[in-house]
Design a protein around this ligand. Structure first.
Ligand code: ADP
Ligand code: ZN
Length: 787
């Protein structure tokens, strides 16, 4: 009997019998297999998660038989299945859901064909053909399989690689073609990046075939194999790192101390976690690479992960420079599914040590024994995935090094408050680097109080405009940072700058337009809008962050007429390569001003930038999130690190309506220790993590389902009652920050407790209260990053 986890819905783990047409030894743990499902005999791909003898089958139960193995040798090793099991338990999902969420698409398909070499001409059969065969016929194929006369043709990816569709033009589309179908294709490619022709036809319907051909003829889309010479993820032709590992390369004194400490941990054969707390520019990368060298020399593999593709590319180029003859695998979510599948397969088979570089999803690559995992910029929220399969990369990395007695090294200039707390509790060791390795000095940071600025004054204060103009006139560059957008808006008082906050939770209240109310996303407290300002009794509230589009107009008015302004926003990052092109253009000084959101603050190197402006310093402080101050501190310190990386001194100007906030006194001097001391006390007092466990339970149902709200209310009662019993505080239900998404209404509950077990018990009970097949969906997000 085999226990098989299905890789597509319903993602269940089901028992199957081993069939008579194949020898029982053909079925192995960790192997991909094809099985029939349901009465119609649909075929599904699954992974064998255990092989048991038939004595455990209950009497009278007749099991369905497996159809065929999708490979001869198992794809996944036992440790890998162990990790899957652990993740499933932790996040309360099935093993199938975990596997379905982390295997590349090509490894989840049931569309596998067999090439049978039966005497004369070889023939190809599909799994469907096989399912339709008589028992004798199938046994015959089984005998040929045992005699190695059957080959598996399990992927079409090589063919697909020959016909990749690449978009060659930017919007607006209407000036290029006018045909609706053509525009549809362009939009889709713009959204998804490079896609194979097959996939494009699958997703948009084969009716677009003619439109696609026309676009190719007109040079708007290229169809063909990948072009060589460029990094396929960021399309950067010059992603050379600045490191020089030539002869005579030595570690700086601080780097040497940190390296010696970590190296001792690496050689100690027990699992360890450590933090490299080093200011921006202190040369953390160099320490990672020297440790990687140690691990490789011991015959252990290394993983280096960054929070975003462009940074991972930089790490990748540093690795290739440091280890020119070492095999290095690069993996990230922007790569095509076929590319990812190739890497996954190669690593599944590999037994010799190697280096893997990538973003969070690279963590799930199978690999020979891992000696070292590095998470650079460990505080970054991109290490958490909260859509689809929910996981925190740090936790998964921790589990992986536990399995292999390796070292997990977290690196940051502004560590996650939770990580730093773990260091204080002596659960994590620490290395500190406080000196910059290169020339650059830390910039001078000043606050600009804009409390009295009126809306008609625009977004930038006079002093700010003056400095921007002067910088551009000197031939230097300016970066203007707008804080995160696209969140439900917070409201602030136009007269005094005060932000409407929840009296119970201290977080900013979110404006819900349809209901004309301000709502607390933590506890559900709400007041009707408009409100009277509790501070100055003013009546004029304005949604924050609005009007940022006006910024460019403002700039054009004050800058010399030939100044070029680049903009980096959501739109430009959705397309792989686009973001890198903008960053490159700016680095090459093709423009004098770069406007962008928080993605600008991450690790990019612009030597000619001498002024960084933060237009809306407060926006982040008022987010409905207990980490608002931490996020703002991290963002602004990282952003400040962008100015003055070259030889010229840098300045940072932060506009704020709330100059008294405790965050500011530490941002100016990039004083993480000071910030941490203040922040951790606030968390202790307010009972926020790391002093409690926090989780979100999300619910959603179709907009047109009139029973939905009743169910949400019922679940609130279930949660409240059990919460009392298990000492879990249940806050909510409240509408989610995005109350309607993809045709579904969304609600959430915030759970606070001293332990995860109680939270899981509650979630389990809520899930059981919902009947099978209900239109209501529930999910659990442990330690959420987006509240
Ligand atoms: P961080 O990641 O800590 O911000 P990096 O690792 O990017 O810093 O290093 C910053 C710069 O300092 C790089 O350009 C690197 O070449 C230089 N650097 C770091 N360590 C050394 C060293 N030991 N000798 C020479 N240059 C170094
Ligand atoms: Zn509240």
């Amino acid at each position: 009997m085999l226990a098989i986890s299905l890789l597509t819905p319903p993602y269940a783990t089901l028992s199957y019998a081993t069939p008579a047409w194949l020898d029982a030894s053909a079925w192995k743990c960790g192997q991909r297999v094809i099985v029939p499902l349901g009465k119609g005999g649909m075929l599904r791909a699954g992974i064998v998660v255990s092989v048991d003898d038939d004595s455990s089958v209950k009497e009278g139960v007749v099991l369905k038989e497996c159809l065929w193995p999708a490979e001869r040798e198992p794809l996944l090793r036992p440790e890998y299945l162990g990790m899957v099991k652990q993740l499933a338990l932790r996040h309360m999902v099935t093993e199938g859901e975990v596997l379905g969420g982390l295997l590349p698409a090509g490894l989840r398909t049931s569309k596998i064909r067999l090439r049978i070499l039966d005497g004369g001409k070889p023939r190809t059969v599909s799994m469907r053909d096989l399912a339709g065969m008589s028992a004798e016929e199938r046994s015959r194929v089984g005998a040929l399989w045992a005699g190695n006369a059957v080959e598996i043709l399990d992927s079409t990816f090589d063919a697909e690689e020959q016909e990749l569709c690449t978009l060659l033009v930017d919007p607006p589309w209407s000036v290029r073609p006018s045909a609706k179908r053509q525009i549809e294709v362009l939009e889709y490619l713009h959204d998804k990046g490079m896609l194979s022709r097959t996939r494009l036809l699958q997703e948009l319907g084969s009716g677009i075939s003619a439109a696609l051909n026309t676009l190719a003829e007109r040079g708007l889309v290229r169809i063909g194999p990948r072009e060589g010479g460029t990094c396929e993820s960021c399309e950067d032709e010059s992603n050379e790192c600045s490191f020089d590992f030539g002869e005579g390369f030595t570690l700086l004194p601080e780097q040497q101390v940190a390296f010696d400490d970590f190296s001792a941990l690496l050689h100690d054969e027990t699992p360890k976690s450590a933090l490299l707390y080093g200011i921006t520019g202190s040369g953390k990368t160099v320490v990672y690479l020297e440790l990687a060298a140690e691990a490789l020399a011991k015959g252990l593999s290394v993983m280096l992960l960054a929070p975003e593709v462009a940074l991972a590319c930089k790490l990748d180029s540093a690795v290739r420079k440091r280890f020119p003859s070492q095999e290095c695998f690069f993996y990230n979510g922007y790569q095509s599914p076929t590319e990812r599948e190739k890497t996954f397969r190669l690593l599944a088979k590999r037994t010799t040590p190697c280096v893997i570089v990538g973003t969070r999803s690279a963590l799930f690559l199978p690999s020979p024994r891992l000696g070292l995992i590095v998470l650079d910029e460990e505080h970054d929220t991109s290490f958490k995935q909260d859509e689809g399969l929910v996981y925190q990369a740090k936790e998964v990395a921790h589990y992986r090094v536990q399995q292999s007695n390796g070292l997990l090294l977290l690196g940051s200039a502004t560590p996650d408050v939770k990580t730093f707390h773990a260091v204080q509790q002596q659960a994590v060791s620490m290395g500190v680097m406080k000196e910059r390795a290169g020339e650059g000095k830390l910039p001078e940071v000043s606050l600009l109080n804009i409390k009295n600025m009126k809306r008609s004054d625009g977004i930038l204060a006079a002093e700010c405009k003056k400095q921007i103009r002067e910088t551009v006139e000197r031939g230097e560059q300016v970066v203007i940072l707008l804080n995160r957008r696209g969140y439900a808006p917070l409201m602030y008082c136009l007269d005094c700058g005060h932000v409407a906050r929840c009296p119970h939770c201290e977080v900013g209240l979110t404006y819900h337009k349809g209901r004309e109310r301000l709502i607390c996303h933590y506890c559900g407290y709400s007041v009707s809008y408009p409100v009277v300002c509790s501070k100055c009794k003013g009546l004029h509230y304005l949604p924050m962050g609005e009007g940022t589009e006006k910024l460019e107009e403002n700039l054009i008015e004050i800058l010399p007429p030939d100044t070029k302004i680049l903009r980096l926003d959501r739109d430009s990052t959705r397309r792989p390569g686009k973001m890198q092109r903008i960053l490159d253009a700016f680095a090459n000084q093709e423009a004098q001003v770069l406007v962008g959101t928080q993605m600008l603050s991450k690790g990019h190197h612009f030597p000619n930038v001498t002024l960084a402006v933060v237009a809306d310093g407060d926006l982040g402080l008022n987010l409905p999130d207990y980490r608002a101050a931490e996020r703002t501190f991290q963002l602004l310190v990282q952003a400040s690190g962008r100015a003055g990386r070259g030889e010229k001194a840098g300045r940072v100007l932060i506009q704020t309506r709330d100059p008294g906030h405790y965050c500011w006194q530490f941002v100016g001097s990039a004083d993480y220790d000071g910030f941490y001391a203040e922040e951790i006390e606030r968390r202790r007092k307010r009972k926020y993590p790391p002093f409690v466990k926090l989780a979100l339970i999300r619910a959603s149902y179709p907009l047109d389902w009139n029973k939905g709200m009743e169910w949400v209310e019922t679940l609130t009662e279930v949660a409240r009652a059990l919460g009392k019993e298990h000492d879990v505080r249940v806050l909510g239900h409240t509408p989610s920050p995005l109350p309607v998404l993809r045709g579904r209404k969304r609600f959430q509950w915030t759970l606070k407790s001293d332990d995860w077990i109680s939270i899981r018990t509650l979630y389990y009970a809520m899930r059981n209260a919902v009947p099978r097949g209900s239109k209501l969906r529930l999910s659990l997000d442990i330690d959420p990053v987006n509240m």
